[in-house]
Design a protein around this ligand. Structure first.
Ligand SMILES: NC(=O)c1ccc[n+]([C@@H]2O[C@H](COP(=O)([O-])OP(=O)(O)OC[C@H]3O[C@@H](n4cnc5c(N)ncnc54)[C@H](O)[C@@H]3O)[C@@H](O)[C@H]2O)c1
Ligand SMILES: [Zn+2]
Ligand SMILES: [Zn+2]
Length: 346
């Protein structure tokens, strides 16, 4: 195919532009996808701003930005099995090598040679994208393109909630960005007895109520710890989901956890954080679970079942849908804190 397509390209550290470039070639083990919906993520802002993390992430410029997407398969490499033209698909983002210890032992999502879609190869803020067969997922037709586009961050949240066994438990979710809000919805879907959501933005807390939180608290309020303790019978929460990535949120996670409770750590603080391990972990017998993305593809199977059944509802997190030509407006909305998930239709 020699036709041209629009693509949002990070050309150099200072230049990001909507470019007209040829529709990409696909390899034997790759799939060409017409992108219908693509979601903006915090990582895209880091790459756009070319911050310290982006500079060290192994990105070779120019690169087409964006990794959260859903679309239709238009062509399939000759060695690709189980994916056909016309399938509705999403990109997993984590690209495993298939050969290392992790890959051979059911942990491909934390492969030792892990490559990332839109970091180590072009991404999906474009009319067409190439997705490696190793990280493509065919999804049920009932799931809309826009919900399909947010399944990658949704899966991260769902996995944290699932791993901490929230059924019948009192759950505290710290940070109500997209991941925290998805965690609220997932905790409700998996039968949490009580969901307390914390953020420092009242706008985000209002969204948490829509997603199914029973109590929302502004973490800036000095009484937050006491209120949570009171709401959990004086013992603390059975489960904490840390999705703020802030040092304060991380420290508060362990303060609010009951003895013997379970914590899923999802947020990524940008510096090492000091914790009182004796008090908050050892004597408390805290069960800590680090979450890096989704299990491949166990989390996807569970997520698809919950979405199709209507038990997991995430639409309120999608606050803005724009054509890709309005990409700058989407970035400004995301930066302003007024938007939650911004979606582009290329
Ligand atoms: N582990 C993974 O696989 C994975 C994947 C994607 C994102 N992440 C990380 O997860 C975190 C959440 O992602 P997101 O896209 O929702 O980010 P986000 O920045 O949109 O959300 C973070 C939220 O935390 C709130 N917050 C900040 N300080 C707080 C505090 N002290 N107490 C309570 N809330 C506070 C912010 O107001 C914001 O609403 C980020 O750190 C991100 O880097 C991890
Ligand atoms: Zn993302
Ligand atoms: Zn591997």
């Amino acid at each position: 195919m020699n036709a041209l397509m629009q693509a949002l390209t990070k050309i150099s550290p200072d230049i990001t532009e909507l470019t007209n470039i040829p529709v990409p070639q696909y390899g034997l083990r790759e799939v060409l996808v017409r992108v219908r919906s693509a979601a903006l993520c915090g990582t895209d802002l880091h790459i756009l701003n070319w911050n310290q993390w982006a500079q060290g992430a192994g990105i070779k410029l120019p690169v087409i930005m964006g990794h959260e997407c859903c679309g239709d398969v238009v062509a399939v490499g000759s060695e690709v099995k189980n994916i056909e033209v016309g399938d509705k698909v999403v990109a997993e983002t984590h690209i495993p090598c298939g050969a290392c210890y992790q890959c051979q032992n059911g942990e491909q999502h934390i492969c030792n040679n892990l490559k990332m879609f839109s970091i180590h190869m072009d991404g999906c803020f474009a009319e067409y994208t190439v997705i490696p067969a190793a990280c493509i997922r065919k999804i049920p037709r009932e799931i809309s393109y826009d919900v399909g586009a947010v399944m990658e961050p949704l899966g991260t949240a769902l996995r944290g909630v699932n791993a901490t066994q929230v059924g019948g438990s009192r759950v505290v979710i710290i940070g109500c960005g997209p991941i925290g809000l998805f965690a609220v919805a997932a905790a409700a879907a998996l039968g949490a007895a009580q969901i307390v959501a914390l953020d420092i933005s009242d706008l985000r807390l209002a969204a948490a109520i829509k997603m199914g939180a029973d109590i929302t608290l502004n973490a800036v309020d000095k009484n937050t710890d006491q209120i949570v303790l009171k709401a959990t019978g004086g013992y603390g929460a059975d489960v904490i989901i840390e999705a703020s990535g802030s040092p304060e949120g991380l420290k508060q996670s362990f303060r609010l956890l009951r003895k013997g409770g379970r914590v899923a750590l999802i947020g990524l603080p940008d510096k090492p954080v000091e914790l009182d391990l004796v008090k908050d972990v050892v004597f408390k017998e805290a069960k800590i679970i680090g979450i890096h993305g989704r299990e491949m593809f166990k989390t996807w199977t569970q997520m698809e079942s919950l979405l199709v059944s209507g038990k997991l509802v995430v639409d309120p997190v999608i606050t803005h849908i724009l054509p890709l030509t309005q990409w700058r407006e989407g970035i400004e909305l995301a930066k302003s804190g007024q938007a939650c998930k911004v979606i582009y239709h290329p």
